[in-house]
Design a protein around this ligand. Structure first.
Ligand SMILES: Cc1cc2nc3c(=O)[nH]c(=O)nc-3n(C[C@H](O)[C@H](O)[C@H](O)COP(=O)(O)O)c2cc1C
Length: 244
């Protein structure tokens, strides 16, 4: 989505700070460009304290969910489901299973990324049918997914689950960016007992296992110790090798 930002008065908005116009230059109309992706990535942080009085509007939650649905996955299997928990009692139980992390209860929504416990014939056949419905009954589609079944079905369930969980992490990354674009705060969370969360949400019975959590809400500016701290990232030189 393109965000057009209008600053009140004359200043222009850069990132999320208003700066004065440059004297002597034609500063153009009082409308500035959309934030870049990296502006959003700089704005977001793993929020430690959410404002319990604020609720994320449904249209913003829908935009984040849609980004999860659009996330790419290996062979397009989308081998995970998203559980959106608003129920306060259930979130309190999940918070307890997550070392009491209060973002789960102080935020308004909790996203639970739950991966398939393994790949099965039925699951891959359903993906095949989805492709056939969208693209036609092409031999190429059947050939591709028959080959996938020949590779995946004989593997250990744990290997298949680990592969499915990696796909859920791609969606987590995209959800984090989508939340930032919506100016919604979030916290990616691995610090929880997946067995406990599976049991609270009845996931194992559905052939699912919780992988990672993502509470949504709004930062409590005064109460969050992390907010004033600068972002910590390695330098480009220390992590990028260019092979020209
Ligand atoms: C997969 C994953 C799991 C994480 N688990 C937790 C967690 O359980 N609790 C928490 O407060 N932060 C958690 N974090 C937040 C990271 O510590 C944080 O993203 C990292 O230090 C970078 O900081 P930033 O996200 O604020 O830019 C997690 C992040 C990721 C990506």
């Amino acid at each position: 989505m393109c965000l057009l930002v209008v600053c009140l008065g004359s200043p222009y908005l850069v990132g999320h700070k208003c700066i004065p116009p440059v004297p002597g230059l034609d500063n153009g109309p009082n409308i500035v460009t959309a934030k870049t992706l990296n502006d959003h990535l700089n704005w977001r942080y793993a929020t430690k304290k959410m404002d319990a009085s604020k609720t994320v509007p449904q249209d913003k939650v829908n935009a984040i969910i849609e980004a999860v649905r659009l996330a790419p996955t290996s062979s397009g299997t989308q081998p995970f489901e998203l559980i959106v928990v608003t129920n306060p009692e259930i979130r309190a139980q999940i918070s307890e299973a997550a070392m009491g992390q209060a973002q789960i209860t102080d935020g308004s929504h909790l996203l639970v990324f739950a991966a398939w416990d393994t790949y099965t014939e039925d699951r891959i056949d359903a993906v095949t049918q989805l492709n056939v419905a969208a693209r036609g009954d092409l031999p190429l589609i059947h050939g591709y997914y028959d080959n996938l079944k020949a590779n995946y079905l004989p593997r250990e369930a744990e290997v298949n689950y680990a592969h499915a969980a990696r796909q859920a992490y791609i969606a987590l990354g995209i959800a984090l960016v989508a939340a930032a674009e919506q100016e919604v705060d979030s916290t990616p969370m691995e610090g929880f007992s997946s067995d406990a969360v599976d049991s609270i949400l009845g996931l194992r019975e559905r052939g699912l296992r919780s992988v990672v959590l993502m509470p949504l809400g709004y930062r409590e500016e005064a109460g969050d110790w992390l907010l004033p701290m600068p972002k910590v990232r390695k330098s480009r030189e220390s992590m990028v090798t260019e092979v020209a």
